[in-house]
Design a binder for this molecule. Structure first.
Ligand SMILES: Nc1nc2c(ncn2[C@@H]2O[C@H](COP(=O)(O)OP(=O)(O)O)[C@@H](O)[C@H]2O)c(=O)[nH]1
Ligand SMILES: [Mg+2]
Length: 354
């Protein structure tokens, strides 16, 4: 999974990027994109490690992309934004950071603090960008459909979907609202439209409001979370054992990093299953509703091809019984077939034969 951190200039994007990834973009550098990979926090893994004492432990990963802020107030800034669109489109989820903090030494974007306005502007810009691609493609399809070609039928289907997309975008609705089926989605997947991706709004607030939930999730956003990027960045400087108390002082229970990753996972309908053994304990990312055979394929294509069954135990059952052997003795280890819908936290042992 890859998340793009975008938003107006000086809203705290790079500060948040640093808080989440512990990677400080070089100050004084020309604005440019930065990417970093972080482990998805998973409190179940240390328990499995204790049980198995594996040679290797692997967490699921998320990539974060820090995109330089651009002012959407002028043509120059909007042209800059277009420059970053390909990498934004290359991500799976958009994290839009807006400023809600007071800081007299940081100039205010458009001389005001207006989170809802900033989020709406950003959304509108993404709508325009997608509409641009849709319109160009529709014009091309119209021309091509006048000639009999081998791909005629396919193109006609694509055109129907894109026309619906254009209608949605013209009404300022995200393109995702025009996608009715997996087949629709497949037809336009190659465009990787920005407004087809789930968006998470981050309100970068002052520390005294970091624990106040955002009352109204703005339209077209999957969720909205408050956080104080400045404080969250400062905890990177602290010894691990002092971090919880530092955040506790501002009423925050879970670091921004964990909260943000969890929210992105949720927005994308993702979850994790686990594998364990003496060699490796590992978490794997899959979409909710994934079948056992596809989960097996995530580990290795051979495991899907030669799938026999998935020995499955839930994390809770494993903890309750103490270890795999006693879980088995207690009848808590199930033998699941190809079409079993994997649950979050399931520990799978794939039996296969190739
Ligand atoms: N008071 C306060 N200042 C912040 C906060 N987050 C960022 N800043 C400051 O705002 C300025 C811009 O932050 P930066 O992360 O570079 O913004 P970007 O342009 O969106 O990447 C920097 O001087 C930060 O120190 C915050 O939560 N509170
Ligand atoms: Mg920045």
């Amino acid at each position: 999974m890859r998340a793009a951190i975008i938003g107006p200039p000086q809203s705290g994007k790079s500060t948040l990027f640093y808080a989440v990834t512990n990677l400080m973009p070089d100050p004084g550098q020309m604005p440019q994109e930065h990417v970093a990979t972080v482990a998805v926090p998973d409190t179940r893994i240390p328990h499995l490690v204790e049980l198995c004492q594996p040679k290797k432990t692997t967490f699921a990963n998320v990539e974060f992309l820090d995109v330089p802020g651009v002012s959407l107030a002028d043509a120059h800034g909007r042209a800059d934004f277009a420059k970053y669109l390909p990498s934004i489109r290359n991500c799976d989820v958009l994290v839009i950071v807006v400023r809600d903090f007071k800081n007299t030494s940081v100039p205010e974007y458009r001389n005001r603090i207006d989170c809802h306005g900033d989020l709406a502007d950003m959304h509108e810009e993404l709508i325009f960008a997608d509409l641009d691609v849709v319109t160009t493609r529709l014009e091309k399809l119209e021309k091509s459909l006048k000639k009999p070609t081998k791909t005629h039928e396919q193109e006609k289907k694509e055109m129907v979907v894109l026309q619906r997309c254009a209608e949605a975008l013209e009404a300022s609705k995200p393109l995702s609202t025009a996608i009715a089926s997996d087949e629709d989605a497949k037809l336009i997947a190659s465009f990787s439209f920005a407004t087809q991706k789930p968006a998470v709004a981050v309100y970068n607030v002052d520390d005294d409001r970091a624990a106040e939930p955002i009352k109204n999730v703005p339209e077209n956003f999957h969720s909205a979370i408050p956080l104080c990027a400045d404080i969250e960045a400062q905890i990177n400087e602290l010894p691990t054992e002092d971090r919880a108390a530092f955040l506790g002082d501002i009423g925050v229970e879970e670091p921004a990093r964990d909260r943000l990753i969890r929210t992105c996972y949720d927005a994308m309908n993702l979850m994790s299953f686990l594998t364990m053994g003496p060699d490796e304990v590992r978490a794997w990312t899959i979409p909710k509703g994934t079948l056992a055979v596809d989960a097996a394929g995530k580990i290795h294509s051979d495991l899907a091809r030669g799938f026999i069954r998935a020995e499955t135990v839930s994390f809770a059952d494993l903890m309750e019984t103490g270890n795999f052997k006693s879980a088995k003795a207690a009848g808590k280890v199930r033998q699941e077939g190809k079409t079993y819908e994997v649950q979050d936290g399931d520990i799978l042992n794939i039996k296969f034969n190739v």
